[in-house]
Design a protein around this ligand. Structure first.
Ligand code: NAD
Length: 272
């Protein structure tokens, strides 16, 4: 088995890939040789942005196409997987990236806010993982001896371990991903399907713009990051290539924290 980060010949679907981390992952996987399905949530601006990602991949000599699906909708997810297989004939890698935040104090968080975040961040990742696992098993009814049968990568968050006041829905969704990922890793390892997570720290994307767009906000944020800089989407893209490739062949059931040390209790620096 190849032990490089080469993804030549592999097919990947990346959810929520029209912006931020998903976009960077799609570009990185394509640069490593994968053909990539660039998922976006709806029409309008997200469709245009997904097309721009596909054009950037094509301009760099890669292959990609855009596919609309709301990951919280079962029928959309099934349709997306069928579209990927119709286009590229197979699926090797799922990157479960789509996610939203919808903060509120607990006393005023509505059931709708709770459900929306859980349905997209956790339910959507379940639906896509299930569809991908079915596709991998249909393609390889027996585990293949000389290659992996599939690879599922969850994008969780440092908030799978760090509690987050006023974001109980988001933190619960990411904590849920942690055990969803590990349970699937345990279940699917005998089928030669690897399942892992990346837990990003603070990455400069639209989802957390208020945390980095002013000098003061960035100064406050950097207090939480021992490594002294905000993360860039490409930091996650590079980690995703490694976890999606055979270079990490013996790694399954693990969360890779890509966070500049945010989970290292930075408040304790110099104390005690
Ligand atoms: P982003 O807002 O740029 O990206 C989220 C993407 O998900 C968008 O493209 C959005 O259109 C898509 N999306 C939302 N709902 C969807 C749905 N129902 N179906 C399909 N797509 C949908 O933000 P990002 O920072 O790139 O976030 C990507 C992932 O990384 C999320 O899961 C987020 O929780 C996680 N994350 C981000 C950070 C960070 O600091 N930026 C940190 C930790 C985890």
């Amino acid at each position: 088995m190849s032990q490089t980060s080469d993804l030549q010949g592999r097919v990947a679907v990346v959810t929520g890939a029209s912006s931020g981390i998903g976009r960077a992952i799609a570009l990185s996987l394509a640069q490593a040789g994968a053909r990539v399905a660039v998922n976006h949530s709806s029409g309008g601006r997200s469709a245009e942005r997904a097309q721009e990602v596909c054009q950037a991949i094509a301009a760099a000599g890669g292959q990609a196409f855009a596919v609309q699906a709301d990951v919280s909708q079962e029928a959309d997810v099934e349709r997306m997987l069928q579209a990927v297989q119709a286009r590229y004939g197979e699926l090797d890698i799922l990157v479960n990236n789509a996610g939203v935040e919808d903060p509120a104090p607990i006393e005023s968080m509505t059931l709708e806010q709770w459900r929306r975040v859980i349905d997209i961040n956790l339910g959507g990742q379940f639906l896509c993982a299930r569809a991908a696992a079915r596709a991998f098993m249909a393609r390889f009814p027996e585990p293949p001896p000389h290659r992996p049968a599939g690879n599922i990568l969850f994008i969780s968050s440092v908030h799978e371990v760090i509690p987050w006041a006023f974001q109980a829905n988001y933190a619960a969704s990411k904590g849920g991903i942690s055990l969803l990922m590990k349970s699937l890793a345990q279940e699917l390892a005998p089928r030669k399907i690897r399942v892992n997570s990346i837990a990003p720290g603070a990455i400069r994307t639209p989802i957390n713009r208020q945390a980095w767009e002013t000098e003061e906000a960035l100064r406050q944020l950097l207090k939480l990051i021992p490594y002294g800089r905000i993360g860039e989407p490409e930091d996650i893209g590079r980690a995703a290539v490694w976890l999606a490739s055979d270079a990490s062949d013996y790694v399954t059931g693990t969360t890779l924290f890509v966070d500049g040390g945010m989970t290292l209790y930075p408040e304790f620096r110099g104390a005690g």
